[in-house]
Structure formats: C-alpha cells, structure tokens
Design a protein around this ligand. Structure first.
Ligand SMILES: *[C@@H]1O[C@H](CO)[C@@H](O)[C@H](O)[C@H]1NC(C)=O
Ligand SMILES: *[C@@H]1O[C@H](CO)[C@@H](O)[C@H](O)[C@H]1NC(C)=O
Ligand SMILES: *[C@@H]1O[C@H](CO)[C@@H](O)[C@H](O)[C@H]1NC(C)=O
Length: 571
C-alpha cells in the first residue's frame, strides 16, 4: 500500500465561492483543504487544468442490477458477463447529456475529448481564468507540505443549474489526494536477509515454521493450498497496476524465481501495457519496491497465469484519482478485460469527493459486469486510513469503501493461528452504504462489537476489507538484494494470484471467470481460514479486533484454495 503520512498544518483560511450568479447552482464544496495542504493563493490565470468531466450514465441502476445478477451464485444469470458493447449500453451518457455539455463547452470555446470506452468521461484543457468563470470557482494553488507537490484545486464550484442533471463529477475540483512518492510503498522490514532454509523445520499442516517470520511463495502455497502446477488457460490473465513511474525489474524477477520457484522456468515473465506515459525502462536504478513485490508475488505465485504489468506515468503524482480513472478506462477499452486487476496503492476517503469516488466506483462495477475482479490493498494505517496518522475519528481508506471491488487486508502467522496485522486498514465508508451481500456478516460483527469505538466510525457504511492474506515479512528481490517487506501491498497480489489460479481452473473447465467476487465470497464464508486473533490500531485506539466471522481487519479471512475451488466450480 503506497500512501503518504502527513503533517498537521493549520489551515485557518479557506475561500468561499464567490457570490453565485443566478443560474449557477453549487455542485460540490469542502470546508477546507485536507490537512497537510497549504493554500498558496490564487492559481495563475494562465495555468491549464486538465478537467475531467464525468457525465451521468444513462442507466447505472440497470448496470448494477445486472452486476449482481451475473455475480451472485444461484442467480439464473450467474457468470453471464457482458461484452464491452453490452456494458456500454448501460454506461454511456444520453444524447441529451452529451449535447448539453458539448453546447456548454462550445459556448466557452472549448472542445472535449472522450476518454472512456463507454463515453461517460470527457476531458478538456481549460485555463484557470476560464475554469473560474465557467464553474463560479476560485482555483487556488495548494502545496502538499511534506512533498512540496503543488496542485490546483477549488474549495467549491457550481454548475449552471440545467447541467446538474447531466454532469455527475468534475475532477480536479474539490478532491485532493496526496502525492504518492516512490519508496513509500510497502514497509521495508529487513534488509539483506539470508535466504531461509525452508525445509529445516516443519510446523502444522506441513507449513515450514520459518513462514511465521519470513514469507516466500512456498509458504503461501503450503498455508493456503495454492497449486504449484502450471496454469493452462492462455486467455486468462492478471493485471498488476503500476504507478508513479515504478517498473518491475525483470532481472530481479529472474533472481527471485531462481531462489524461490526452482520448479518454474526462470524465464517466466510478464507482459507490459502502458498508459499516461508509463515506463518500463529496466534501468538498474529506479525500479520500484512496490512494482517488484507485486510482480514477484503474481508471476511467482500464479504459476503459468499470464501476467500484465500496467504501468502508469507521472499524472499520478498529484493524487490517486487520475491514475485510478485512467487505468480502469484504459483496461476497459479491451474486448476482454484482464480477469483480475490488483492494485497496491490507495489514499484516504475524505481527500476525495463523493461524486468522483462514486463515478470511479461505477467504472469498477462495469469492469465486474464484464467478468473482471478488482482487488485493492486495504491500506496500511489501521483505522487511520491509508497510512497511520493523527486522528480522532477513524478514517476510511480509499477506494476500499467502493462496494464493487474487493478489499484485501493483511495477516501474519500460520493457519490456524493467523493474526491480524496491526497496520491492516479496515473500517466503514462514509460515502457508500452497506451493500446487501455483507449485511448479515457485518451485523454479526457489529452486534459482538457493542459500544466499542461508538461514534468513531459509520456503522451504516460499506465495511472493509472483504478478505485478507499474508502481508508481513515477505522476501522479495530488489536491486539484486533480498529484502523483507510488509504491508497490505503484499496481500493484494497474493489474493489476486489465488483468484487467477481459480479462474484458470474455471476457464479450462469451460466455465466463466469469477468476475466481481464479493457476492460469491460472502455467500461462502466457509472457504476461508477465519482469522480471530489480533486487531488493528490507529487514532490512539486498538481499532477493531479480529473475531469469528467477518471483521473490519481481516474480512472473511484468508483463502483456502481447495475450498474456494469447490465453491467456484459449484457456483
Ligand atoms: C536445509 O535443511 C535440511 C534439513 O535439515 C538439510 O538437509 C539441508 O542440508 C539444509 N540446506 C541448507 C542449504 O542448509
Ligand atoms: C491505453 O493503453 C494502450 C496500450 O498500452 C496505449 O496505446 C494507449 O495510449 C492507452 N491509452 C491512454 C489513454 O493512455
Ligand atoms: C455514513 O454513511 C452513510 C452511507 O452509508 C452516509 O450517507 C453518511 O453521510 C455517513 N455519515 C457521515 C457522518 O459521514
């Protein structure tokens, strides 16, 4: 999980929107910039904003209904995923919306480009002076104090009243997002570790005892029963999201496979797809811990499943939203979406706006309806968001609050004594309400919780994570050196590999891939190793405790491959 810590900076001053002209209607506002940002005053009038305009889909409720029909075991339509064109029929904006927005832009001398395969996202370059006038806004320059990164945002903006029915989200406006800097990825827990002799001592279930302190692919295979045999489907794939110009080092992957997967060809590698000027330079410096971890624990665990590293460029430097939108739009262009997309980056929910978050989440629903599983690391700040920070009320991590993706928390130890990692982010969204698939599981948890932490979290929100996996002290190779890393960054690629291997078995048997996972996961709680030990931390509390059943630290638990395969084949 990559995120940034923050300094607490007093932000006493904030701009109010200038008096609205009669046809303007406020669309979104926030009281102040998120903590950690300083307002440096009005943005230069001539600076350019790359404004992304999200139009309402013509029938998102229809898409959502279809998503649940194709993803809920027992439904007549289970597994009958939609094509790009079929998803587009729900997702595209109406001609009225397109015409209204085009006319509005035209009246300001602007022409937009369509940037999503369903046509619901437009982008247009707008000078700040024009953006202020068009949106009745005051775009200021804000500096993220810790990194010095500057962003142009407004604390409020309005739209002509007649456009409210057509425009759902605008970015960048009131959504911030913290710059993600390289090297902040998974926590590095040890350096230059001597390779462990994993056959030396054997613990319960033939899991090497060394797995309690150092995790390797062999540990995950033995703990979760993950097959070592090569997958066979060539149409199956796992996409690994790469950002901030990190790339996965091929030489490190070879070294990793030679050490940890002597049964696999060390030439096993990954395909590349880039967007937004993403790189894969393979220079000896500047690879990324995160990218190396994510590739080593997909290529090195999902044996034989085709893996694609999807590398984004610099646009991600001023926050996650652009990068997340661009990668999902980029992959959704494909006739067949990668059946699994794993991302180990995230931020804090309050930094985003509800409107843009909703629009991003809707794109995940469309990905799911087409047969893709979206997995995210839940975050490394416990109940304090994406990264540990000062707080009174719990801070939900972003985008784990979206109900159309699968959030993965972290544990350590060996089943049946796996223990929640204290950094494993979990909690409840303030943007999205609890989806019905988790109602029973969450209710059981909340009843057992009683009044603990009452008032610090939103009990009606979508609870996360959904599941968990090992996430402490993973051996990876970085720059030729063995390093130990920890974080939910380890857990998401691990769970993604399990799903990728399940999909291989399904596809080979002539069945559809799992697609949007959550209804299937919550309908089969028995296919997990329930984690009942440990708790997360944050905001000067002991956070939430792991309990029997679902909990907002470890979700439903960690994967039991054989049980998941049986349930998947029967679904
Ligand atoms: C690893 O442990 C096994 C069993 O004790 C032993 O036979 C083997 O020589 C060890 N290998 C190394 C490289 O230490
Ligand atoms: C999406 O990915 C393809 C393949 O890498 C690339 O050619 C295209 O430019 C990308 N689109 C955007 C908008 O970045
Ligand atoms: C709590 O979550 C709901 C969504 O379930 C949301 O509508 C509400 O605004 C949230 N409350 C707060 C205080 O954020």
């Amino acid at each position: 999980m990559v995120a940034t810590t923050l300094f607490l900076v007093s932000l006493a001053s904030f701009a109010l929107a200038s008096p609205a002209r009669s046809n303007f209607l406020l669309h979104e506002r926030r009281d102040a910039a998120p903590s950690g940002f300083a307002n440096d005053g009005p943005a230069p009038a001539s600076a350019t904003i790359n404004l992304r305009i999200g139009l309402f889909s013509n029938n998102f409720p229809g898409l959502e209904e279809t998503l649940f029909a194709v993803s809920t075991p027992g439904s007549d339509l289970y597994g009958q995923h939609l094509s790009l064109e079929e998803a587009k029929a729900f997702m595209e904006p109406t001609t009225d919306s397109l015409n209204a927005v085009t006319a509005w832009l035209d009246s300001h001398g602007l022409q937009a480009t369509v940037i999503s395969p369903y046509g619901e996202w437009l982008s247009v370059q707008v000078p700040v002076s024009k953006a202020n006038a068009m949106l009745d806004a005051n775009f200021d320059t804000f500096t993220h104090v810790e990194t010095g990164t500057q962003v142009i945002r407004t604390l409020a903006y309005s739209l002509p009243a007649e456009l409210h029915a057509h425009i759902e989200a605008l970015h960048p406006t009131t959504g911030f997002g913290r710059p993600l800097s390289a090297g902040r990825g998974p926590v590095i827990t040890a350096h230059n570790r001597v390779v462990v002799n994993s056959t030396a001592v054997v613990g319960p279930n033939a899991v090497p005892a060394s797995c309690a302190t150092t995790v390797t692919p062999a540990c995950i295979q033995s703990m979760y029963g993950v097959p070592t045999a090569l997958a066979t489907s060539k149409t199956n794939s796992i996409a690994v999201a790469g950002f901030i110009e990190q790339f996965a080092q091929t030489a490190d992957l070879v070294t990793f496979l030679k050490r940890f997967r002597t049964d696999l060809s060390s030439a096993t590698t990954f395909a590349l797809r880039t967007f937004d000027g993403g790189v894969n330079t393979q220079g000896t410096r500047d690879a990324g811990i995160e990218a190396n971890l994510d590739i080593q624990y997909t290529v090195g665990l999902a044996s034989g499943v085709p893996i694609t590293f999807v590398s984004g460029g610099e646009t991600f430097s001023d926050g996650a939203l652009e990068g997340f939108l661009d990668i999902i739009n980029n992959l959704s262009e494909l006739a067949t979406v990668p059946q699994v997309l794993t991302t180990s980056y995230g931020e804090d929910e309050p930094d985003q706006t509800a409107a843009t978050f909703t629009k991003l989440c809707n794109a995940y629903a469309a990905y799911g309806v087409r047969g893709g599983s979206i997995l995210f690391a839940s975050g490394d700040g416990g109940v304090a968001g994406g990264q540990s920070q000062t707080c009174t009320n719990f801070i939900p991590a972003f985008p784990s609050g979206c109900p159309f993706m699968t959030s993965v928390g972290a544990v350590s130890g060996i089943p049946p004594s796996e223990t929640a990692a204290s950094f494993s982010s979990g909690g409840f969204s303030n943007v999205f309400a609890q989806p019905s698939y988790q109602a029973t599981a969450v209710k059981t948890f909340l009843t057992a919780l009683g009044t603990t932490n009452a008032g610090k979290f939103n009990a009606s929100g979508r609870g996360f994570p959904d599941v968990s996996a090992q996430g402490v002290d993973f051996d990876i190779v970085s720059g030729g050196v063995l390093e130990g890393v920890s974080g939910t960054s380890c857990s998401s690629p691990t769970f993604a590999s399990v799903v990728g291997l399940l999909n291989d078995k399904l596809i080979t048997a002539g069945k559809p891939p799992l697609g949007f996972l959550n209804p299937f996961l919550y309908a089969n709680p028995g296919m997990f190793n329930d984690v009942t030990l440990g708790h997360n931390t944050g905001c000067n509390t002991n956070g939430f405790s792991a309990r029997a059943g679902w909990d907002p630290v470890t979700g439903l638990g960690t994967p039991n491959f054989a049980a998941m395969l049986t349930a998947a084949m029967a679904a």
